[in-house]
Design a protein around this ligand. Structure first.
Ligand SMILES: C[S@@+](CC[C@H](N)C(=O)[O-])C[C@H]1O[C@@H](n2cnc3c(N)ncnc32)[C@H](O)[C@@H]1O
Length: 263
């Protein structure tokens, strides 16, 4: 068994090497929320084994009104749903990422899988958690589009339920993200299941305020840590594979330097 240890620490990111179930009780600061991508347990890959008890270990250290974003397949969530509901997590909503290339098991007896789910779980009061979405820009510059509009009550609404809304050239993001590739993976051999920053950054922003701490207990290549740096949040990430911990430290260092240069 690997003795858990911190392999990197700066003012935004802490990287632990070890099994998350051993590390989580040792964290010296309580994260507000978790963003993670566990093994789905759907392939023969050595890393792809669901670690029993991780949801419970996480639940024990997160505060009462916390959020948990977890990537996963429908099959994975159906198989492990009681790990979530049995530990007080309520399902809020899902985000769907459609990609160009397929992943997962292949064969003529199945569809090529070109999508990934991220499920948002919360506990306590929804209104007590942090929920923030950066709005999408639509159309031209806001000043050209800005207008107050009356919308008529839709057929399913009661008469008189019409609302007024401000068209400022933005709209609430949709639950489906199309084709955000992971260019860094190809040729670099980092991790076959690395998630794109463009998909993970909105999830980190959604569940933690600026400077808020998120935890990723199964960090892989550290996408959550980089997403935290790029969105002005902080992260503590845990990975049990030593080689991947080195990848995380390299990515974090690279992006910390970039963030300072940009800032
Ligand atoms: C699907 S990958 C995460 C990929 C990540 N989202 C990324 O963008 O690179 C899951 C990771 O969880 C790690 N893992 C599995 N069980 C673990 C455990 N008990 N504690 C810590 N890490 C674990 C695996 O080594 C693997 O790297």
């Amino acid at each position: 068994m690997t003795r858990p240890r911190i392999v990197y620490r700066d003012d935004r990111v802490v990287v632990w090497h070890g099994d998350c179930r051993d590390v989580l009780p040792q964290l010296d600061e309580t994260p507000l929320a978790a963003v993670t991508d566990p093994p789905y347990g759907e392939t023969a890959a050595e890393w792809d084994r669901w670690p029993d008890g991780w949801v419970e270990a996480l639940g024990e250290i997160l505060p009462a009104n916390a959020s948990l974003w977890s990537f996963g397949s429908a099959r994975m969530f159906l198989e492990h749903v009681t790990d979530f509901t049995g530990n007080g997590w309520k399902f809020a909503q899902e985000a769907l990422w459609i990609k160009r290339n397929g992943s997962g098991p292949t064969g003529r007896d199945r569809l090529v899988k070109v999508h990934e789910w991220a499920y948002l779980w919360y506990r306590g009061l929804w209104s007590a958690g942090h929920h923030e979405w950066e709005r999408d820009r639509v159309g031209g510059p806001p000043s050209a589009r800005y207008a107050r509009k009356d919308s008529r009550a839709a057929a399913h609404q009661r008469p008189g339920r019409a609302t007024r809304w401000d068209d400022d050239g933005t709209r609430q993001p949709r639950s489906v993200t199309y084709v955000v590739e992971v260019p860094s993976v190809r040729g670099r051999g980092r991790h076959q299941d690395e998630k794109p920053l463009g998909v993970v950054m909105p999830l980190v922003r959604e569940c933690a305020p600026p400077d808020g701490l998120v935890v990723d207990p199964m960090a892989g290549t550290g996408t959550t840590a980089v997403a935290a740096i790029l969105t002005g949040r902080r992260a503590v990430v845990i990975e049990r594979d030593a080689q991947l911990c080195r990848v995380i430290v390299d990515r974090v260092t690279e992006n910390t330097v970039d963030a300072h240069t940009r800032g």
